[in-house]
Design a protein around this ligand. Structure first.
Ligand SMILES: [Zn+2]
Length: 382
């Protein structure tokens, strides 16, 4: 209870210091995730998980991870530990699910008698996907799909998220001029909080990313150096993608918010990345993941372009399990974020039963990709 009190008092203190026009956004960023966690806990405590899960637990589900870090706190809690990845795979299998490739997943959705399954995916071509996650998957004999943006491999990616993290890691005060905000960040909680806040500010309007260039210059942060430090290079990608457990998927050239681009730019981002990867890995690249993947970042236009580019499926980051009806929505498949740091047993349990889909759609349709259902997601989780 004292933790709750001190957390609440800190929130009130910060609210007083927040400029009036930014208060709604701060409430959205800080309160909504807690409301969702409380609802998940309430569902579990009242014993209704099984009941709700009957409607939302599908034949399959796709999990998404980003970084799998040996020291999660050192990276400001932006990824998960290898132990969490292992825990997920063991839980999935204990729940009777096979870990399969995306091709196998599409096949099983056509077969009413197929065994339940899960797909493990990783985005952004981090080096730790190969060095840390793959050894866990090898040991457990589980396949993975890795979605790779061209710029991560060539070093040209404008990886503002890596730049911001480096900034908060290395400084005790951070001034974000474009936001007109200064952050005092002498310790891990304040660094992690500051990073989350700036990231949320940016992701509510992706055009703000370019405004950070002068901040990175001012603090001597080099994005090419960070991309080289954290992402695979071409030689590593070749070795990684030839591993028998690895399927390489596409993730655009520059990792933009596709919804902000015009039709031809979206088509070029997608097809150029596909061609690049096919040249490097020497085989077809059949699956695609939308950068950011939320309802803000992609929709029916992007799905049509992904289909026209020749992919067999495209995945989002919208919550939900997979049902046979998803075969009619193969270019807008849901994926569950499984790589949040220090994920609790309660949260994992909820995800395994599809409870987060039930909550974010307010007990809406488990499959629909309609604007109404997605707006509901937006209203609750931002
Ligand atoms: Zn990504």
């Amino acid at each position: 209870m004292s933790d709750l009190n001190s957390g609440f008092m800190r929130f009130v203190r910060e609210l007083r210091e927040t400029p009036r026009e930014q208060i709604p956004r701060k409430i959205a960023a800080d309160v909504r995730p807690n409301v969702r966690a409380c609802l998940e806990r309430a569902v579990q405590c009242t014993g209704t998980t099984e009941l709700i899960g009957r409607h939302y637990r599908g034949l399959g589900l796709i999990l998404v991870f980003h970084e799998v870090q040996q020291d999660v706190d050192a990276e400001l809690r932006t990824g998960c530990s290898p132990a969490q990845l292992r825990n997920w795979i063991e839980r999935l299998r204990a729940a009777g699910r096979d870990i399969v490739t995306l091709d196998e997943a599409l096949q099983r959705l056509k077969d009413p008698s197929a065994r339940p399954f899960a797909v493990i995916s990783f985005d952004d071509a981090y080096r730790d996907t190969m060095k840390v996650a793959l050894p866990v998957l090898e040991e457990l004999q589980a396949p993975m799909t890795a979605f790779v943006p061209t710029g991560a491999i060539t070093g040209s990616l404008f990886a503002w998220w890596l730049g911001l993290r480096e900034l908060f890691k290395s400084r005790e005060r951070v001034d974000i001029a474009a936001m007109n905000r200064q952050f005092s960040c002498p310790d891990l909680p304040s660094k992690a909080r500051g990073l989350r806040r700036v990231s949320a500010w940016l992701m509510s309007d992706f055009s703000r990313a370019g405004d950070l260039t002068c901040t990175f210059d001012q603090y001597g942060i080099s994005l090419p150096d960070l991309v080289a430090q954290y992402c695979l290079n071409e030689k590593e990608l070749l070795e990684f993608s030839s591993h028998r457990l690895v399927t390489t998927g596409a993730h655009t050239d520059t990792h933009p918010c596709l919804a902000d681009l015009d039709d031809s730019e979206v088509a070029t981002e997608i097809s150029s990345n596909k061609a690049y990867l096919e040249r490097i890995v020497g085989r077809r690249v059949d699956h695609f993941a939308y950068p950011f993947g939320s309802h803000v970042a992609c929709g029916s236009r992007e799905a049509s372009i992904a289909e026209a580019a020749g992919f067999r499926s495209a995945v989002t980051t919208r919550p939900g399990h997979l049902f046979p009806n998803h075969l009619h929505h193969r270019y807008m498949l849901p994926r569950q974020d499984a790589g949040a740091p220090h994920m609790t047993s309660h949260t994992m349990h909820s995800l395994l039963h599809g409870i987060n889909r039930a909550i974010t759609t307010r007990l809406g349709d488990p499959v629909s990709t309609s604007a109404v259902a997605l707006l509901m997601c937006s209203a609750l989780v931002g």
